[in-house]
Ligand binder design. Structure first.
Ligand SMILES: [Zn+2]
Length: 158
């Protein structure tokens, strides 16, 4: 099974499902007083007559999660192999602290470097790793000593 599929589906439903306009309840019209004794129908000002709620502007966090889900989908083979390394214990046994450098040493360079972060997020959501809250300089030459997070391995299949 594609491990990030459920995450992708969840995010797609958040982003794409149109909601019925709460102001007109999907009617699309509201009545406005034309003069003292007549009403006229005007398009609902909240949805402009479309009957759908204007989608909330996605938060930065939501946009980041959607971006990561799309990155995982586009690089699903790389992501699946990487997640198997967490599960199989090849990145270390339970309690081992690792960084993205350790994963990248075992993997070919990904097409999109963003998939590395997305895989770590996915592994955390799957309970395979947790954050330590600490960072260390990367040893990869092209990272120029940039600080990267350290993670603790939680779950390894027997
Ligand atoms: Zn409306």
């Amino acid at each position: 099974m594609f491990p990030s599929r459920s995450l992708f589906d969840e995010l797609s439903s958040i982003v794409q499902r149109p909601r019925v306009c709460p102001a007109c309840n999907g009617d699309g019209w509201e009545f406005d007083r034309k003069d003292s004794d007549s009403l006229m129908r005007v398009p609902c000002p909240a949805c402009n007559g479309t009957t759908f709620a204007t989608p909330d502007k996605p938060s930065g966090e939501t946009r980041k999660r959607v971006g990561q889900a799309r990155t995982l989908e586009k690089n699903s083979t790389w992501a699946d192999i990487a997640l198997d390394l967490f599960r199989s214990g090849r990145l270390g046994s339970r309690g081992t602290e690792i960084t993205s450098d350790d994963l990248r040493r075992l993997m070919p360079d990904p097409e999109s470097p963003n998939v590395v972060g997305a895989v770590f997020t996915s592994a955390r959501k799957l309970g395979l790793i947790s954050r330590t809250g600490r960072s260390v300089p990367s040893n990869r030459s092209d990272a120029h000593g940039r600080l990267i997070q350290t993670w603790r391995i939680n779950n390894v299949e027997d």
